[in-house]
Write a protein that binds this ligand. Sequence first.
Ligand SMILES: Cc1cc2nc3c(=O)[nH]c(=O)nc-3n(C[C@H](O)[C@H](O)[C@H](O)COP(=O)(O)OP(=O)(O)OC[C@H]3O[C@@H](n4cnc5c(N)ncnc54)[C@H](O)[C@@H]3O)c2cc1C
Length: 309
Amino acid sequence: MVRVIPQKNQGSLRVMDRIKEVVRHVPEGISISFEFFPPKEVEKENSLWDALHRLLPLQPKFVSVTYGAGYSDRARTRNLVERIQKTTDIPVSPHLTCVGHTRDQLKDILDSYWQAGVRNLVAVRGDRAPGDTSPLPVPYALDLIELIRSQYAFEIYVAAYPDVHPAAPTARFDLDNLKRKIDAGATAAITQFFFDNNDFLRFRDRCRKAGIQAEIIPGILPVTNFERTKTFADRCGARVPEWFHQYFEGLDEEPETRNFIAAGLAIDQVQELHLEGVNHFHFYTLNRCELTYAICRSLGLRSQRVVAC
Ligand SMILES: Cc1cc2nc3c(=O)[nH]c(=O)nc-3n(C[C@H](O)[C@H](O)[C@H](O)COP(=O)(O)OP(=O)(O)OC[C@H]3O[C@@H](n4cnc5c(N)ncnc54)[C@H](O)[C@@H]3O)c2cc1C
């Protein structure tokens, strides 16, 4: 018997039809990038290095390394960037936040990255540490981009929010803010994660109508832990649609089934986006490789060679 996918936005497609469609359509010209974070605990480093070993041979366009949320030890980002640079030839794109830094500190960081051969950055504002009310010398991502552009030729990726940044006064303001970031010299935007492709596609349309021609790269979050995903989503204002909840409902004790479903949903999501003309996918790996690797394989991507790390 053939089951029917619960009321996803594009109407009900039979699972087998969907799978056949996916298998027939091995996308060409896809590029990928992976986001990792520098783990706090030494014991979590194994998972990170396993993920790097598995995923880097897929030849991402770049890998990005997040930067000290809540002002946590930011040297870890630098160390991880250096190590990936030393052991692979995949371009590394460190994230840099402006909150919690003076202009001079930011310039020092930028100088040292440039001298180390880094040529891509993900430039974001970051969020203030709880209780920090001190004046911000470089208050917004736009100011950081202007600072970077005034002295360096980095490729700059910036953040974008299909579901609107939670602190934005209006959706229009947020869109104008993105346009200002691109006009100030950002290369492309990477979106916050989302699960309903319609949210992304509507957002991309709004960007085009607002005159933003830069690439809008969807941020894809393969769901390894649904409870944690909901917490992330609450914090960053990403919408988790009801039908997405339904897929994971009652699976708390069934990790294997959860993983199959998460992989299926993410494969579906990426395939649909590719049919809508998306060619670059940015994966929030959370330092795990299994689901991201499976999704990339399903896209026809294959390991090119072994990476030392
Ligand atoms: C791809 C991606 C990568 C990320 N990487 C990191 C990371 O490594 N480390 C980390 O700590 N966080 C990271 N974040 C989270 C990010 O720092 C937060 O979402 C932060 O709250 C906003 O950053 P931004 O660059 O979008 O800020 P901005 O573009 O500066 O916007 C922040 C908010 O301020 C509003 N705003 C902009 N200008 C003004 C103004 N002049 N007056 C009033 N309001 C204004 C905007 O509408 C928005 O609501 C990342 C997010 C994404 C999507």
